[in-house]
Design a protein around this ligand. Structure first.
Ligand code: HEC
Length: 242
């Protein structure tokens, strides 16, 4: 899913304006596909302009020195917070180099997410770091890429649906601990489905997440379609298209 960082972005520094591009991709996010070493990667990354200049500089330096040590130019000096601030990157200049933008997705996913998550962030922040790239800031989803989360609550009303919500790859295979995944899932249901949450809703516990994320649904799309068919039969949803 994510392009390799190793032996890849160190080279970007050699390009004219490479430093600015790297900063810019983290600030502005991107969507699309790029090719790195013969493999095409498709995906999305959220924009991280909410991060401080310090956090962005630290992330880029970590990736550059950890994964790209061999490729770093001899005269490489760490990217500073002041540079992030003053390069004008925050102005949102459009970036022509798609590949560079895409690399930031990996920057964010691989390094940044991990140290931030380690500090027991509130669930909204865990959502931002792990989920909103696909499900978007208000859970509205992206047609053809990720379903809206507003309707996730409907799955609680059909047999197997509660477990299904955890067995999707976005949750089961996420870097979140069982406690964090429980927090995020409860937050999603309470935030995006506020008006539809059943009165007797029992929040997910870490134990329940641990069990459900071990369930490997062989065909997630088929499992989802079967649950939606049941929702329509039980008049929870009006059509299978929702
Ligand atoms: C790479 C894109 C992507 C990311 C990142 C992602 N998801 Fe998803 N999510 C999907 C897709 C696609 C589906 C539909 C099921 C499937 O095909 O996996 C889905 C389905 C779901 C569902 C079930 C809703 C339904 O209508 O089927 C829930 C709940 C969910 N995701 C939560 C999360 C949470 C929580 C995170 C972050 C920890 C997350 N997802 C991260 C793409 C993503």
């Amino acid at each position: 899913m994510y392009p390799p960082l190793a032996d890849s972005i160190g080279n970007e520094l050699r390009l004219k304006h490479g430093r600015e591009y790297l900063i810019e991709v983290v600030l502005n996010g991107m969507a699309g596909s790029i090719e790195v070493k013969g493999t095409t990667y498709t995906g999305l990354m959220p924009e991280f302009s909410s991060l401080s200049d310090n956090e962005i500089a630290a992330t880029l330096n970590q990736v550059l020195t950890k994964f790209n040590a061999g490729e770093l130019p001899k005269d490489f000096t760490p990217i500073t917070a002041a540079e992030v601030h003053t390069k004008g990157a925050r102005g949102g200049r459009s970036c022509e180099v798609k590949r560079l933008r895409f690399i930031a997705m990996a920057v964010v996913a691989v390094t940044l997410a991990i140290p931030v998550i380690a500090h027991a962030d509130p669930p909204g922040e865990l959502y931002m770091l792990n989920c909103w790239g696909c499900h978007r800031p208000n859970g509205e989803g992206i047609p053809g890429t990720a379903p809206p989360l507003k309707g996730a609550v409907d799955f609680l009303l059909v047999p197997g649906g509660r477990e299904y919500l955890i067995s999707v790859p976005g949750v089961a295979l996420s870097p979140l601990s069982n406690e964090q995944a429980a927090e995020v899932m409860n937050w999603i249901l309470k935030t995006f489905s506020k008006d539809r949450l059943p009165a007797d809703f029992k929040p997910y516990s870490a134990d329940e997440i641990g069990r459900a994320r071990m369930t490997h649904l062989l065909d997630i799309k088929k499992a989802r379609a079967a649950l939606v068919t049941e929702m329509v039969a039980a008049k929870i949803r009006e059509s299978e298209k929702q």
